[in-house]
Design a protein around this ligand. Structure first.
Ligand code: NAD
Ligand code: IPM
Ligand code: MN
Length: 364
């Protein structure tokens, strides 16, 4: 298979974790006989510095000419005082909007060998396996008017019926491939947008009689997420609730650095981005957990290219290295072997090569 991938490393640990994901993609290409053309381009603070724009035209052109996008992370204190349109984060919001990537799929899975890395009790985190489907191109992030003066500031929370329908449909479809339960999270006791959201979920569920649907208010959902996370299968929620709840859910896995995501639209095109940010506190120290980025690359292979065995090979390689006790500092716990990012990545690559050789011997 021949594919072009736009690679947007961004800021802070973005380049470190993206480099890791790229190495893994290159290994997969070599082993499975694919050609991935990797086209690097600037986004976020790096793009503000070099182009005066967090999402330059040049980057959009590279992405337009690609089959998928791999993104690291953006942001940092250097740009925190910039006006909104020159903030790194604006580049990320704009690229999601530009490509209409309305559904952000964030799987959260407890890995048995990492249970001791989570601050939650092992009995709480064990066997958690959920997918958060976060609406990504509307809500408070994008609603107009959005403005501020010295005396006041305005953000607007707007959702149209169509915007809710398409992301809710996506959640129902995902639930069909899993345990068949959707939890829709809102604030329907207060917000008009949430009342519409709930109404749309009730309508759409008629088309999915096989799916169990529950509604939950976001405040108690935040509590349930870390007291009884196994009750969740697929969560669907609006943009900002999804942002907050997914960082909270990452605690179950042991670290925010573990979570991958796919930002997709209906035709298979997507941007693949770890859930974490640019982590300025550890940037440049070869300490970042690359799992979120590597597993995002695996999601790309699966969702955008249909390369299921290759995606599974990546997941298994990461699991196997973690099972051997290796991890980055964010996952440190008794008995763990904390290694630098680059060592961890080398181990994943070695594991991929070993997996490939044993498969090859098995089937030849
Ligand atoms: P953050 O996600 O960057 O970091 C939060 C904490 O988690 C930090 O202590 C950090 O060290 C740790 N962490 C995050 N990823 C890690 C990894 N892969 N390995 C090990 N530890 C990791 O959130 P923040 O500190 O609130 O934000 C920093 C900057 O990142 C801000 O400018 C913010 O706007 C931006 N941000 C960008 C994205 C993105 O690009 N998708 C996401 C979130 C935040
Ligand atoms: C994320 C981030 C972004 C968001 C920020 C950096 C704009 O937190 O991808 O989760 O809020 O969507
Ligand atoms: Mn976030």
């Amino acid at each position: 298979m021949e594919k072009t991938i736009a690679v947007l490393p961004g800021d802070g640990i973005g380049p470190e974790v993206t480099r890791a994901a790229v190495k893994v993609l290159q290994t997969i290409a070599m082993r499975y006989g694919h050609t991935f053309h990797l086209k690097h381009a600037a986004i976020g603070g790096e793009a503000v510095d070099n182009y005066g724009n967090p999402l330059p035209q040049e980057t959009l052109e590279v992405c337009d000419a690609s089959d998928a996008i791999l993104l690291g992370a953006v942001g940092g204190s250097k740009w925190d005082q910039q006006p909104s349109h020159l903030r790194p984060e604006k580049g990320l919001l704009n690229i999601r909007k530009h490509f209409d990537l309305f559904a952000n799929i964030r799987p959260v899975k407890a890995i048995p060998s990492l249970l001791s890395s989570s601050p939650l009790k092992e009995d709480v985190a064990r066997d958690v396996d959920m997918v958060i489907v976060r609406e990504l191109t509307s809500g408070l992030y994008f609603g107009e008017p959005k403005r501020r003066s010295d005396k006041s500031a305005v953000d607007t929370l707007v959702y149209t019926r169509e915007e809710i329908e398409r992301v809710v449909n996506q959640a129902f479809e995902i639930a069909r491939t899993r345990r068949g339960k959707v939890t829709s999270i809102d604030k329907a006791n207060v917000l008009e947008t949430s009342k519409l959201w709930r109404e749309v979920v009730e309508e759409r569920k008629q088309a999915y009689p096989d799916i169990e649907v529950e509604h939950m208010l976001v405040d108690s959902a935040a509590m349930k997420l870390i007291t009884n996370p196994r009750t969740f299968d697929v969560i669907v929620t609006e943009n900002m609730f999804g942002d907050i709840l997914s960082d909270e859910a990452s605690v179950i896995t042991g670290s925010l650095g573990m979570l991958p995501s796919a930002s997709i639209r209906s035709d298979g095109f997507g941007m693949y981005e770890p859930v974490h940010g640019s982590a300025p506190d550890i940037a440049g120290h070869n300490k970042a957990n690359p799992c979120g980025a590597i597993l995002s690359a695996a999601m790309m292979l699966k969702h955008s290219f249909g390369l299921h065995s290759e995606a599974m090979a990546i997941e298994e390689a990461v699991l196997s290295v973690l099972n051997d006790g290796y991890c980055t500092g964010d996952l440190s716990a008794g008995g763990k072997r904390v290694v630098p990012t680059e060592t961890f990545v080398t181990k994943v690559i070695e594991e991929l090569e070993r997996e490939f050789v044993s498969e090859h011997i098995m089937y030849s």
